[in-house]
Design a protein around this ligand. Structure first.
Ligand code: ZN
Length: 313
């Protein structure tokens, strides 16, 4: 099965590690907020369970958790029962007294058993580097982006309304034209502007994906321009056909009035050329008669004026 563009972007981002500890903490915090549940052991020690269908993201979560130290992680894979369904990976932080301290550092919990609202993560995000890291964690945990050839759409999806509102606030603080909507019990924060999607992907470290979207956008723009030119030329051609039609109608009027033989030499050769080349533009007709465009226009005006006098009777 060919992997989607979004999966490819996430796989690539999963391999990246921020050099600064502040950013790694912010990224992990958002990643867990998007897909982790807290567990409580019988001994009242806190644990954590994070489920994802993406092996690279599971690996990254483990790496980031280990980097914070002092906790024991386990991962298990649940094989998909049906074809075309993805396997699921469950990363668990085993319940231990140290886990509370970890949750505290991640901003997920303060003190025993008090879960914190996402809004309170703002204190982790004073620096812009950490805001982007937080967004990357959210993207890995619940993000998606359309393939470059399709319409422009990037989204962060979570079941947690407070988290969605918080992500919207961060995006808007960074000047992204993000919006929010909900679908059943999911909250979707999305961006539809191509420039912002390119910028967002690049800011998260997905340079190649940003380039792909930009290249596809440039191609679309060129295609639109070509279409505009073709449409414009088609319009010019039909204008020429209409003009020729009026000229031929004038010639028929003169013919019906028995006037064709009365025309002077110049008008007669013009009539013959037009009847022989009914689809020629004026420029082409001018070349056939070896006269300038204005010279030809003058003759055609005389023909039509003459026809007009006969049409009135
Ligand atoms: Zn940072």
């Amino acid at each position: 099965m060919r992997q989607s563009f979004a999966t490819e972007v996430k796989n690539n981002l999963s391999r990246e590690l921020y050099p600064k500890a502040c950013c790694r903490t912010a990224e992990l915090s958002a990643l867990l907020r998007m897909g982790a549940t807290l567990t409580l052991s019988t001994g009242r020690a806190m644990g954590l369970s994070f489920v994802t269908e993406n092996a690279a993201i599971a690996r990254k979560a483990i790496m980031l958790l280990k980097g914070l130290g002092g906790v024991y992680t386990e991962v298990s894979m649940i094989r998909a029962r049906r074809l075309l369904k993805n396997n699921t990976y469950n990363v668990r932080v085993m319940p231990a007294p140290e886990v509370s301290e970890l949750l505290d550092r991640l901003g997920l919990m303060r003190g025993m058993g008090r879960l914190r609202e996402p809004e309170e993560d703002m204190e982790l995000l004073e620096k812009d580097c950490c805001k982007y890291a937080y967004l990357r964690g959210a993207f890995l945990g619940g993000g998606s982006v359309n393939r470059p050839e399709a319409s422009y759409h990037l989204e962060l999806v979570t079941e947690n309304q407070a988290m969605a509102s918080f992500l919207l606030r961060i995006l808007q603080a960074l000047d992204y034209p993000a919006r929010m909507t909900d679908r059943k019990d999911r909250y979707i924060v999305y961006i539809k502007d191509s420039e912002s999607i390119i910028d967002f992907l690049a800011a998260l470290g997905a340079e190649k994906a940003a380039d792909d979207v930009e290249a596809a956008r440039n191609l679309k723009e060129v295609r639109n321009q070509v279409n505009r030119i073709v449409n414009c030329e088609t319009a010019n051609v039909s204008k020429a056909v209409e003009a020729a039609g009026r000229e031929i109608a004038a010639i028929h009027t003169l013919e019906a009035a028995g006037m064709l033989d009365e025309l002077d030499e110049l008008l007669r050769e013009t009539v013959e050329a037009r009847l022989a080349h009914p689809e020629a533009t004026r420029a082409e007709l001018g070349r056939i008669l070896s006269i300038s465009k204005s010279g030809l226009s003058h003759r055609l005006r005389r023909l039509q004026a003459l026809a007009q006098t006969y049409r009135e009777y």
